[in-house]
Each structure stands twice: as structure tokens, then as C-alpha cells.
Write a protein that binds this ligand. Structure first.
Ligand code: GDP
Length: 327
């Protein structure tokens, strides 16, 4: 087991921007060991007053859309043109790859990971979505306390993980490919509704025309959604990570969104709602764990679950009966 420090040592290390201690602190929040979790809570309590001062951007898109190439180009653009300090975190509970992560392979984000103003942290391997979401939430706060002022949370747009990411970021960027035929095919309406911006990737060479027409089509589709509480109208742009084009307009969207929502109060309100969301989420998880681990439930579970599967008892009567046991 790696060495553990005191809560003060972790907190001081993170606040001074020490990357080794930041990584260790993230390892701590990712740990499922009860003793580590207690320690993690103590560290979080100390860093929390110093967190929150970043723009949190969720980035999603199907595999192959060009997420990692885009993050490398966009990240370098932010470091070079805007003097930002960028942390990239990933939510990827499904990955079975060695290294356990969508960001795991060495070839991804090479120049970005070599830059002292960037910090890239792959998703923990073999964890549940709930577990990854919790540790990513806390990792965002740790990175902010360490001085990173832009945080990317990357996820693969195929499962439920984008909903979790949406609940932890300020701005949600959906990357899409210009496809042949029906441009909206295969994209869940729910994901488009979450997007504050859509960027059509690989808008270069022979793809450029298709990307431009996809842009018009998606912009039309987004206009059908009513304006949300943020008062922000989602934008569609095109970009090429290869040619490093279209990156400025995407950052303009993020900056203008932040200015608008900080001005109308939505930014702060949304973060408060997100805090409440994760509080409730965590309570639900703990209640469920305690319920199933309760000896009286464990003793009766097989019997009652059997009666329900056989149709001898209704699921509602059965759950009421189980709750009776422990109340
Ligand atoms: P991810 O699976 O979404 O992370 O996608 P990758 O970043 O690994 O990219 C998938 C493929 O698209 C790779 O073969 C890239 O070389 C290619 N690709 C990425 N960005 C661009 C781009 O801007 N233009 C073109 N033409 N191809 C790109």
C-alpha cells in the first residue's frame, strides 16, 4: 500500500500545487478502503475553502469522434494563448483496457501531458459509475485547490456517464462527427439537450464541407429546444484538431457562457444545485449499501426475493416487509 500522509500534509501539498501530493490525494479519494475514505474526508474539508475557482467543462462524444486529439489541441491552445492551467480528468467506468482508462495509452495527449501547466489524470480502473463520479467530483475540487483554473472532464458518450458529468460541470461540450445521411441519427436527444455547445470535429480537407452542413443542421435542431434557465443559446461550431482551427470560437463560447451566467446568477445557483444533487446521490448510495448489508435483510433476502420472482408476492409488499424488518 502506498505511503499515507497526515491530512495537513496532503492539504498543504495540494494547496502549494505539488503534483505528487495532488496525485496522492486523488488516489486517496479514489480508494474504497474505509480508513482512506475517512482520511480523504479530512483532506477535502481542508481544501474545500480553496476550491471552486475554475471553469469546469465536460467533453463528450462517441469513441472515434476525436476527443483525445481535440483535448490535446484545445488544451495546448488554452495554455499557450490564454495562459491557463488545465487539469483533464476522465470518467470511464466501462473501460476494460489495460491501464484501465480511456486516457491510459501513452500516445494520447503527449504534448499536453509533458506541459507543466497541464495535469492529466486517467479514470480509476474497475470502478462503478457511482464510485468514479464521486472520486471525479472530489478530484475536480483538489485540482482547483492546486491552482488549475480550467478543468476538463472527459467521458465517452455512450452510456449514463455523460449525465453524471453534466451534473459536475459548468459547461457541457458535445463533439460530433459529420456523418452521411441523417445527421441526427444515433444521437440521443437527451445528450443534445444537455449540450451548451456542439463542435463538429475533423473539419479539414475533404471533410470540411460535410462538417459545415452538419453545423447548420445541428444549429437548426438546437433552436427547437426552448431556452433554459441559463438563458444561454447553445452554439454549434466546426473545428479541426489537426489544423488547430476553430478552437478560438469554442473557448469564446465557454467564456461568454461564464460571463452571462455569472451575471444572471445561474452559474452559482447551478453549482449549489449540483452540490445538493451529490449530497442526495451519496445518501441514496449509503442507504442502499446499509440496507443490503444489514444482517436481518441478508437473512431474509433469498426467501423474499424468491417469492417475488415466482410471482407469489408483489415487489411492493416485499420491499415494505423488508423495511419492516429493520425499522
Ligand atoms: P476518441 O476516441 O474520441 O478519443 O478519438 P481520437 O482522438 O483517438 O481520434 C480518432 C481518430 O480520428 C484518430 O484516427 C485521429 O487521428 C482522427 N482525428 C482526430 N482529430 C482529427 C482531426 O481534427 N481531423 C482529422 N481528419 N482526423 C482526426
Amino acid at each position: 500500500m502506498p505511503k499515507r500522509f497526515t491530512p495537513d500534509e496532503y492539504a498543504a501539498g495540494v494547496l502549494s500545487g505539488n503534483r505528487v501530493l495532488l496525485s496522492r490525494a486523488i488516489t486517496l479519494v479514489e480508494s474504497t478502503l474505509p480508513s482512506d475514505q475517512t482520511l480523504a474526508h479530512q483532506v477535502m474539508e481542508q481544501v474545500l475553502p480553496h476550491a471552486g475557482k475554475s471553469v469546469r467543462v465536460g467533453i463528450t462524444g462517441v469513441p472515434g469522434v476525436g476527443k483525445s486529439t481535440f483535448i490535446e489541441a484545445f488544451g495546448n491552445y488554452l495554455l499557450e494563448q490564454h495562459g491557463k492551467k488545465l487539469a483533464v480528468l476522465a470518467i470511464d467506468p466501462t473501460s476494460q483496457r489495460t491501464g484501465g482508462s480511456i486516457l491510459g495509452d501513452k500516445t494520447r495527449m503527449e504534448t499536453l501531458s509533458a506541459n507543466p501547466n497541464a495535469y492529466i489524470r486517467p479514470s480509476p480502473a474497475g470502478n462503478t459509475l457511482g464510485g468514479v463520479a464521486r472520486s471525479t467530483r472530489e478530484s475536480i475540487l483538489l485540482c482547483e485547490a492546486a491552482g488549475f483554473d480550467v478543468i476538463f472532464v472527459e467521458t465517452v458518450g455512450v452510456g449514463q456517464s455523460e449525465t453524471a458529468v453534466h451534473e459536475m460541470v459548468d459547461f457541457f461540450l458535445l463533439l460530433m462527427l459529420a456523418g452521411a445521411g441523417d445527421e441526427l441519427q444515433g444521437i440521443k436527444k437527451g445528450i443534445m439537450e444537455m449540450a451548451d455547445a456542439i463542435a463538429i470535429t475533423k473539419a479539414d480537407g475533404p471533410n470540411l464541407n460535410a462538417a459545415t452542413s452538419a453545423q447548420a443542421e445541428y444549429q437548426g435542431a438546437l433552436h427547437l429546444f426552448p431556452l433554459g434557465a441559463s438563458q444561454w443559446s447553445p452554439r454549434v461550431t466546426v473545428c479541426s484538431a489537426y489544423e488547430k482551427s476553430g478552437l478560438g470560437p469554442i473557448w469564446d463560447s465557454v467564456s461568454e457562457y461564464v460571463a452571462l451566467t455569472q451575471g444572471n446568477g445561474y452559474f452559482q445557483q447551478r453549482r449549489q444545485e449540483q452540490n445538493l444533487h451529490w449530497l442526495k446521490h451519496s445518501i441514496r448510495q449509503q442507504l442502499e449499501e446499509r440496507f443490503y448489508q444489514h444482517p436481518l435483510i441478508q437473512a431474509q433476502w433469498q426467501t423474499i426475493a424468491g417469492q417475488v420472482t415466482q410471482g407469489q408476492k408483489s415487489p411492493f409488499a416485499a420491499s415494505a416487509e423488508l423495511f419492516q424488518l429493520i425499522s
